[in-house]
Design a protein around this ligand. Sequence first.
Ligand SMILES: O=P(O)(O)OC[C@H]1O[C@H](O)[C@H](O)[C@@H](O)[C@@H]1O
Length: 284
Amino acid sequence: MSTPSEPCSPLTVESGDGAAVRFCAHGGHVLGWTPVGGTERLWLSRDTECGDGVAIRGGVPVIWPQFSDRGPGPRHGVARDRAWQVMGAGSDDRGDAVARLRLTGDAGTTPIPHAFALHLEVRASGSTLDIELTARNDGTDDLTMTAALHTYLRVASTTGTRVTGLEGLLARPNDGQPPWPVDGPIEVVGPLDVAVEGVADGEAGAVVVDDGGSGAVTLTARGFDSRVVWNPGPGRAPGDVHAGGEAEFVCVEPALLTPLTLGAGRSWRGVQTLSVGSGSDAAG
Ligand SMILES: O=P(O)(O)OC[C@H]1O[C@H](O)[C@H](O)[C@@H](O)[C@@H]1O
């Protein structure tokens, strides 16, 4: 499949059983996800902009090769604000909805003059969404990276929304304030902007976001050492969040925050899985 001439145009893939993913080439960006028989589970700002050099507000921005301002490069890296190539989109022989996208750079790429290749594979069926990001150093020098899948989860209201599964770990505020131990559910009372470090891969590190209404979403990941939990809080949202929108989402972001140096030809892979049907709705 060739890249659409308008990278911001949304494309939709559907699985045989009726799950759907909306995405666009700009940013290699997942814009929406609807599990089978469910409702939209990702939040997207009604006021977002899209275009060269612009980051979409909502969905799942791909953060690479720098998380936030933790390095000399552009905030949150270069993957989220430019057009990727769509390598394929449709359903596979199992009936899964699949989209594959690629972003490459070379020695002439600004502001990261380095040869690299990012691949994103998005796969949905039933109650599950998988997003796999691979980064490969195609240059001859080392490439040091951090990364995240900056997932905006839609909630009925942040009031009453609880994030569980991170108990026993340290939450380190991203503004440099002292860390605090997570000793119970994290209430989504913004401003909230913490990196919880040392999160286990897979089920052992599962995080459940439960708004008490829409049904919980469980997030597991592999290849990311941390989970960033972010909500800007009332009156502090970025300008491209629509009025009141900050009460409609919480970001839980599988993040690789310990810088990783890839030698020439080396790759890193991170995977996030979202699923519905766990937590209070399943338990109750
Ligand atoms: O406004 P952005 O550049 O998209 O960043 C949005 C947010 O991303 C992450 O969650 C960071 O931890 C926050 O500090 C930041 O505010």
